[in-house]
Design a protein around this ligand. Structure first.
Ligand code: ADP
Length: 235
């Protein structure tokens, strides 16, 4: 990160000791991080990495790595549907029929439903790129994160938790996806108050929920690299 970008995007990276209490998306910075959790505050928005289960997150919205049918599947999608209960499937069916006219949900075009029995108040369903067949996996992975965040801001949500989109059944290597995800998330947080059409204004926390310690470490490295390097030239 250059000196000028450091001035423009001040950040603090720190870790807080565990006290076994889940952090609520509404009451931030209460000192409840696990020993290895990492967080950085960017223009008032906390970007946090945790090892955990997306279905257990007490946030305004969790993001579902959905499949195109919007009617449930394996991985994150299956876990979210099981935890949220059958009302979620009904809500997804309604969107599929009434909003999408029966068509598949397009890649990186998120939709939002209530969270029903989840601790999260809402679910943002987004389809990530399939590595190996998507013509623009990087552009679509960026768009999946950025448009999900924009939808959260549009709904005046304060906290959003993401899984590692596209790195399960959709076959993208986590070492490739993590830098793309972290660059997009940090750039979005940096947009607060910038005068861009969609900014992070009002968003207090973006949480990445990694399902394994290994994935966590890859994301941690990617976040640290992005904070050190600053935004990509021209990006
Ligand atoms: P995609 O189809 O977008 O690849 P998957 O659901 O198959 O999505 O997997 C995305 C990532 O989420 C993988 O790294 C997988 O290990 C992880 N994952 C699976 N279940 C959960 C869960 N309950 N909470 C958080 N992450 C999960």
């Amino acid at each position: 990160m250059t000196l000028s970008s450091h001035r423009r995007f001040p950040f603090i990276v720190y870790a807080v000791k565990r006290n076994h209490k889940e952090v609520s998306g509404r009451s931030l910075l209460t000192g409840s991080l696990a020993p290895h959790d990492m967080e950085t505050v960017i223009r008032g928005c906390t970007v946090r990495l945790v090892v955990g289960d997306i279905t257990q997150q007490d946030v305004d919205a969790v993001v579902n790595a959905a499949n195109r049918t919007l009617l449930g599947g394996g991985g994150v999608d299956g876990a979210i549907h099981r935890a949220a209960g059958p009302e979620l499937l009904e809500a997804c069916r309604h969107i599929r029929e009434q909003v999408l006219g029966g068509r598949y949900l397009e890649t990186a075009r998120p939709v939002i439903t209530p969270g029903f029995r989840l601790p999260a108040r809402h679910v943002i369903h987004v389809v990530g790129p399939i590595c190996g067949s998507d013509p623009d996996p990087e552009g679509n992975l960026r768009a999946a994160y950025a448009r999900s965040l924009a939808l959260a801001v549009e709904h005046r949500l304060a906290s959003v938790a993401f899984p590692s989109i596209s790195t399960g059944a959709f076959g993208c290597p986590v070492e490739w996806a993590a830098p793309v995800a972290m660059d997009t998330v940090v750039s979005f947080a940096e947009s607060a108050g910038s005068g861009e059409p969609v900014t992070a204004t009002g968003l207090q926390e973006i949480r990445m929920v990694l399902f394994s310690q290994r994935d966590y470490e890859v994301y941690q490295q990617a976040l640290q690299a992005r904070l050190t390097r600053g935004p990509k030239a021209g990006g």
